[in-house]
Design a protein around this ligand. Structure first.
Ligand code: ATP
Ligand code: MG
Length: 211
């Protein structure tokens, strides 16, 4: 037929729903069960689509001690989250390189998808120190905090400009520092760190007594 068919107008995305994305940043040296318990519970409590465990490349707060190489820490986080619905490992800070600042990460995640809503998951210990972070105003503008209880530290008093939700999680007295100490004197990490992550740690020869 000789008649020209006009292209149809672009489809309107009437079913569009902005993503609710959680970010749990850390050194994860190594990742442990409490990190996963925090992620799973925040995702449930705040109805988030996904939570990213964002592995710091060079954590500026922890430059005093020797940090396990970022690629190894990431590999262990990947093994730890495998099979946990809605929880993923993210290499965004490793790919960016250099020192890892949460403000930069939030800006990058916003630029990728300006519609998404960001939730920054922090333990109550970290929440108390937010004012010491690089560009805290940017962090406060781009994300709502999801503060999880840690070691009996309950809701932290956080006023404007911060927006904060508190999520109570079972108190788990686990820290990466303690795990490194356990590994150094040969005590088991099993179940404090998920078993597939333990297997990866062994494979990579990490935390084998020299830290
Ligand atoms: P380190 O002892 O090396 O500081 P960590 O166990 O504190 O390690 P990080 O990688 O520093 O782990 O923490 C990442 C995030 O997870 C932080 O916001 C921290 O508050 C939170 N977090 C870590 N352990 C727990 C826990 N047991 N309960 C609740 N939140 C936790
Ligand atoms: Mg810590």
């Amino acid at each position: 037929m000789g008649t020209r068919v006009e292209p149809s107008p672009p489809l309107r995305r009437i079913d569009f729903i902005a993503e609710r994305l959680g970010i749990l940043g850390g050194t994860f040296d190594p990742v442990h069960t409490a990190h996963l318990v925090a992620a799973v519970n925040v995702r449930h409590a705040l109805s988030l689509d996904r939570i990213l465990l964002v592995v710091a490349n060079a954590p500026w707060q922890k430059s005093a001690r020797r940090i396990t190489p970022a690629a190894d820490r990431l590999a262990v986080v990947e093994a730890a989250v495998a099979g946990t619905e809605g929880v993923e490992a993210s290499a965004i800070e490793i790919d960016r390189g250099g020192e890892s600042f949460t403000a930069d990460t939030l800006e990058q995640l916003t630029a990728e998808d300006p519609d998404r809503e960001l939730f920054l998951v922090v333990g109550a210990d970290v929440a108390a120190d937010l004012h010491t972070w690089r560009r805290p105003d940017v962090v406060a503008r781009l994300a709502t905090l999801a503060v999880v209880s840690r070691g009996g530290r309950g809701p932290v008093d956080i006023g404007p400009p911060w927006r904060a939700e508190h999520v109570a999680i079972p108190a788990l007295d686990i820290s990466s520092s303690d795990l490194r100490a356990r590994a150094a004197d040969g005590r088991p990490l099993d179940h404090l760190v998920p078993l597939p992550a333990i297997a990866r740690i062994r494979q990579l020869g990490l935390y084998s007594g020299d830290t």
